[in-house]
Design a protein around this ligand. Structure first.
Ligand SMILES: [Zn+2]
Ligand SMILES: [Zn+2]
Length: 568
């Protein structure tokens, strides 16, 4: 449902980008504000529209309300198409290059005719960019570096965006009485942080009917192929979906095959061959006889392996572990007893403390920590010491009001460029959970960032280092930090490392998590939620931790409340 909100917000944001290119500050700001309002709206935007309430939304005037209505009614916006014609550049892709804003993109287009990443790379390599006004050798070098990153990001979408969509697809296909089994395979099932396409497998008594239903779904933008055993569609938002039909006795091997990863499949086939067997998407065979294929468990067993969880299937040693019977017992969503990183209306969140507590209660948690931003982040409405103390009073009141859930008092400190923290120690002492994090995208002086973080870890009041690497998927790479040193020190100081479940963060990432565990560090799986619905990001935090081989005992918020409190 919130998908329409996201789509409308993205279009308004893109309009703002184009306007910014033209330097129309006033209208740029209006569109940005409108995008933000829609993005954080608690109801589906189409409902607001139906009730004629668009103009009543904060920051949305008559003109923009009409534009939103147009997007909702037609799926696109004529005004945006006109803006695009004015600047025939691949704007969304160029914006992925860190350091390139709308104004620079305009300059590059007008002076050098740069339209896409290829043009940009060519001009940067030829040394044409540093001669432009406002650019220099350093920014040219930076563009070349960040280009590589942007190239990898194009075409793939965030897991957090695609997961709800794929689950909706699964439910709708599964609602047909003829469908016996339906499952999402591919990188989504492995919970890879970005997704290229969606693979759906099904077992059905009536393939033709299921395929006809599939290609006629209202989400479909185009049909690429339509057959009885495989169809491919393109969704309205551009993502391709394959639906494949298998027989019941093949389903398990098909699921292994289409879940991947490709690298693991290669290794599995080698094992099969070494045992005189053949493995493909239809089963494990000895000669012509199918030995296994109905379930994944059967397939792994026929190869002499214990069951490998989908999140581990990346050929990073899981096969060796499966052969040796030494696979980890991965943490599960049901192990999680609380969320330790949440924002409310006190800073830049959208829900109240009470609403967040009730949402946590609904999810069966025992506790949650309210960790609004502190004053070092004025753009996020950060709190000073006085406000934090007032907030503590409200938290006490909520705790009095609600049973079966305990609201912990916390804060998310901002680590300043000089390493300073933005709340006095006396107040920190009164809090249950203190997070510290870097938020500035501005690079610190070279070589000092790791040292700054090590100092923060040494600070006895800081419990958790939040979103430690600072990366934002498809936006910017991790900060230049020596994470091994961070993990080593965190182990010594007992500072907990966060796995932030925000779709664009997933920070620490899977590989870092695995390394942190090797160092003996503990993790906190959080959502960094700014709205009650964001508590669902726990699923992303958990699956990222599972990809990092985390077990329940590696994660502090699997502890029941009493044990958890003793930790601090
Ligand atoms: Zn933060
Ligand atoms: Zn936060």
């Amino acid at each position: 449902m919130a998908m329409q909100n996201k789509k409308v917000a993205a279009i308004l944001d893109l309009v703002a980008d184009y306007l910014e290119m033209d330097g129309v500050d006033f209208r740029t700001k209006a569109y940005r504000r409108a995008a933000h309002t829609v993005d954080f709206l608690t109801q589906p935007i189409e409902e607001v529209h139906k009730k004629g309430g668009l103009e009543k939304l904060p920051g949305i005037g008559k003109a923009i309300a009409l534009k939103i209505a147009e997007i909702l009614d037609t799926g696109s916006l004529q005004y945006l198409e006109e803006l695009k014609k004015q600047y025939p550049v691949d704007f969304e892709v160029l914006l992925l290059v860190e350091g390139l804003g709308p104004k620079t993109i305009k300059l590059l287009y007008q002076e050098l005719g740069v339209k896409d990443l290829d043009d940009l790379e060519k001009e940067a390599r030829r040394g044409h960019i540093h001669r432009l006004k406002g650019m220099g050798v350093k920014s040219e070098k930076k563009i070349l570096e960040n280009l590589e990153f942007a190239k990898k990001s194009t075409g793939r979408r965030l897991l957090g965006e695609i997961l709800p969509l794929s689950q909706e697809l699964k439910e709708r296909i599964g609602s047909l009485p003829e469908v016996e089994i339906v499952e999402i395979a591919g990188s989504i099932r492995r919970r890879k942080e970005t997704v290229g396409d969606i693979d759906v497998l099904t077992v059905t008594s009536d393939p033709q009917k299921v395929m006809d239903y599939f290609i006629n779904l209202d989400l479909v933008g185009g049909v690429i192929s339509h057959g009885p055993s495989k169809s491919t569609i393109r969704l309205k938002d551009g993502m391709e979906v394959d639906l494949r039909v298998f027989k019941k006795e093949e389903y398990g091997s098909a699921l292994v095959y289409f879940t991947g990863s490709w690298e693991l499949n290669v290794e599995l086939r080698k094992i099969a061959i070494s045992r005189g067997l053949k493995l493909n998407e239809y089963g494990v065979f000895k000669g012509d006889e199918q030995l296994a294929g109905r379930t994944e468990e059967d397939v792994f067993q026929a190869l002499g392996l214990s069951y490998i969880e989908p999140e581990l299937r990346e050929n990073r040693g899981e096969m060796e572990a499966a052969l040796a019977g030494k696979l980890p017992e991965l943490v599960e969503k049901s192990d999680i007893k609380g969320d330790l990183h949440l924002h409310t209306q006190w800073s830049d969140g959208r829900s109240s403390i009470l609403e967040m507590a009730e949402a946590a209660q609904k999810r069966g948690y025992q506790y949650l920590a309210i960790t609004d931003h502190a004053q070092g982040l004025p753009v996020a409405g950060g709190l000073d010491e006085i406000a934090l103390k007032e907030q503590m009073i409200e938290i006490d009141a909520v705790n009095d009001e609600l049973d079966n859930i305990h609201v912990l008092k916390g804060v998310e400190l901002n680590i300043g460029p000089d390493g300073s923290l933005d709340i006095d120690n006396e107040v920190l002492e009164e809090l249950d959970v203190v997070l510290a994090a870097i938020h500035s995208g501005v690079p610190f002086k070279e070589g000092t960032l790791t040292d700054i973080i090590l100092d923060v870890l040494e600070n006895e009041y800081v419990d958790i280092l939040a979103h430690p690497s600072g990366r934002k998927l498809k936006k910017r790479p991790a900060y230049d930090i020596n994470l091994e040193k961070v993990f080593e020190t965190a182990k010594e100081t007992g500072t907990i490392l966060e796995v932030d479940g925000q779709p664009q963060r997933l920070d620490l990432n899977d590989e870092n998590i695995r390394m942190a565990i090797k160092y003996g560090c503990h993790l906190a799986l959080d959502t960094d939620g700014h709205h009650t619905r964001d508590l669902d990001y726990m699923e992303l935090a958990v699956s990222t931790a599972r990809r990092g081989w985390a077990e329940a005992h590696d994660v502090v918020n699997t502890l029941p409340l009493k044990k958890f409190l003793k930790l601090f």
